[in-house]
Design a protein around this ligand. Structure first.
Ligand code: ATP
Ligand code: MG
Length: 585
């Protein structure tokens, strides 16, 4: 490509609305442009990178045995009604009607469509397992699109779906996908961690997320300092040390004491001269009925005073509304009879869920369910009670790792992939059956596997940048080589050498950008652009070095400038080409 006839849409200033480095650099390097909130055009330079990332994903998916398909973005409502999601999906699902008044949506994901294909095309267990994938546009009307393509409304996902006759087969494919994802993210040169993820109320370690480590990440991930344990903070477990002070004098009898206006854990702790870890904190949320529907009834959640609630864990508990809904002050006052700040598990006529951190407490402090009063020396067998014990605590850095190896560390991550065992959720609803070896119809089991392809590009930039721009890993840089010609209007030799290098590099199979822009583009701008776009190898052809018979070479990331004699450039280029992994026979 010749820069004079190519869209180099670089921008010098950092766009004010871009908060994170990848978003800034994607705009500045001319990879993307915003059309509207969460909607982006991929410009030529950006699209080259996107295609390379897609190709790596495609190659690894093909290697895993998955079959590529392409499903429509527009989907009709009937399928979504069959799965039940037409009713349950919120406003993320963009719905519309066609000219005949029929309901449609833009696909945020494709479980329904692929299940429909498989139920029609497959009839026997002999045809299973089968995995399909596509690399395709998704639309989700995100509440808060932000960070450019990181959380967009329209984005590209690699989504895959597998179908099985039994759990053993699903487990096997799940493992293959886990390995495939590791291969993909390794090939992309990313520093990533697979972590156990929340699988809603399905439970078990049937879901993993793949996170790229970056401070700008929206998620918190937790991992052991010494073992393999790694989990999303939403469901991470940790071993908590007991409170530092233990009362050896046995259990005392409780007493109700005036605590005045002290309401928060800090205030009560200061007022009663007690450590927060010896106080039981009580939170009141809405209950759910047997079908999972939120009700007006309330449930109390108990935590040690120095601990925080993990809302995801709490809402996954049977009988607790999901999404979690805290009761308002009026509801609490009319049900319990006191204000927030004096709540406790003392003679409380609500269902009480106790976090594991509170059940071993002795002679603790808690609210007395009377305004301005707390209990001291409270004990579980002395008018305080709980009904269910659960882990509803948010882990903290330094907790013991649940595998017993080391302590927990917390870092931020960008979720670039997600693998999930769906079981029969969609196949049952859509009656996707095959005949087993006894000729009996059985419902298939399913797995689903997603990668945010456009998000991967942004995540990669979060990990690969410096003060001058993007420092792509070699295999996804938009071009492998840039030839920058300087002062061509002053020297014909510059043009001759640059053109001949360009032809040689092309014949070696390299992806080359020849920066032949005229004198209106200064040398400084050309250098800055090449670094901003992160083109791996750079050769500068200028009258100054040609006077000594040389051109100048530099690697974007690690290279010092190096003079190469123009007679040996062809050979040098073929070395560069072979380093870049392009070797022509
Ligand atoms: P998130 O928690 O980030 O919203 P999700 O759980 O909704 O993700 P999945 O439905 O599992 O995501 O989608 C698979 C992958 O698609 C995610 O791992 C992520 O990389 C990507 N993805 C999801 N939503 C977006 C979005 N709005 N913009 C860009 N990529 C996205
Ligand atoms: Mg989402």
């Amino acid at each position: 490509m010749r820069a004079s006839q190519y869209l180099i849409a670089t921008v010098k200033e950092t766009p004010s609305d871009a908060e994170i480095v990848s978003h800034q650099l994607m705009l500045r390097a001319g990879l993307i442009r915003k059309l509207a909130s969460g909607l982006y055009t991929w410009l030529p330079v950006g699209l080259r990178v996107l295609h390379k990332v897609s190709q790596i994903i495609r190659e690894e998916m093909d290697k895993s045995g998955a079959m590529e398909v392409s499903m429509p973005v527009v989907q009709h409502a009937e399928l979504w009604e069959e799965s039940g999601r037409w009713q349950t999906m919120g406003p993320e699902l963009l719905r519309f009607t066609d000219r005949h008044g029929r309901d449609f949506c833009l696909g945020p994901t494709h479980e329904e469509v692929i299940t429909d294909i498989v139920r029609n095309e497959y009839s026997s267990y002999r045809q299973l397992p089968a995995t399909f994938y596509q690399i395709q546009t998704k639309f989700r009307d995100e509440r808060r699109p932000r960070f450019g393509v990181m959380r967009a409304r329209e984005f590209i996902m690699k989504d895959a779906y597998s179908f099985h006759i039994n759990q053993e087969s699903l487990d096997k494919t799940y493992q293959v996908m886990h390995e495939t994802y590791c291969n993909i993210f390794n090939r992309l040169g990313l520093d990533f961690r697979p972590v156990i993820a929340d699988s809603g109320n399905i439970g078990g370690s049937t879901s993993h997320e793949f996170h790229v480590l970056a401070d700008s990440g929206e998620d918190e991930i937790v991992f052991s300092s010494e073992g393999d344990y790694a989990a999303n903070i939403e469901l991470a477990e940790g071993i908590l040390s007991p409170p530092a002070h233990v009362d050896d004098n046995g259990k005392h009898s409780h007493e109700i004491v005036d605590t005045g206006a002290a309401c928060t854990i800090e205030e009560v702790s200061a007022f009663l001269q007690t450590k927060p870890e010896c106080i039981v904190k009580t939170l009141i949320v809405h209950a759910a009925d047997k079908t999972g529907k939120r009700t007006d009834e309330l449930v109390a959640l108990l935590l040690r005073g120095d601990q925080e609630l993990n809302e995801t864990k709490a809402q996954n508990i049977d009988g607790v509304a999901s999404p979690l809904e805290f009761a308002d002050d009026d509801a609490i006052e009319s049900t319990v009879g006191c204000k927030v700040g004096c709540l406790g598990p003392y003679q409380l006529a609500l269902k009480v869920v106790a976090d594991k951190s509170v059940i071993d407490l002795q002679n603790f402090v808690c609210g007395a369910n009377q305004n301005g009063k707390h209990l001291i020396n409270a004990n579980w067998d002395d008018n305080c009670k709980y009904d269910v014990v659960a882990d509803i605590r948010k882990v903290q850095e330094g907790d013991g790792s649940p595998d017993g190896l080391g302590t927990l560390q917390i870092k931020r991550g960008i979720e670039v992939g997600h693998i999930f065992q769906l079981g029969k959720k969609y196949s049952e609803a859509l009656k996707a059956n095959v005949l087993d070896k006894n000729g009996k119809a059985v419902t298939m089991l399913m797995g689903c596997y997603g990668i945010g392809v456009t998000r991967v590009v942004a995540a990669c930039i979060e990990q690969n940048n410096d003060a001058h721009g993007i420092t792509w890993p070699d295999n996804i840089a938009p071009f492998q080589l840039i030839i920058v010609q300087i002062d061509a209007h002053k020297s014909e030799q510059v043009v001759d050498v640059a053109e001949s290098l360009y032809t040689t590099a092309l014949s070696l199979g390299m992806e080359v950008l020849l920066d032949d822009r005229d004198k209106k583009t200064s040398p400084g701008v050309k250098f800055a652009d090449s670094e901003l776009m992160g083109i791996t190898h750079r050769i500068v052809v200028s009258p100054r070095t040609l006077a000594d018979g040389n051109v100048e070479y530099k690697h974007r990331k690690d290279g010092e400038k190096q003079m190469i004699n123009k007679e040996s450039i062809a050979e040098f280029l073929s070395q560069v080409a072979s380093k870049a992994g392009i070797i022509r026979p």
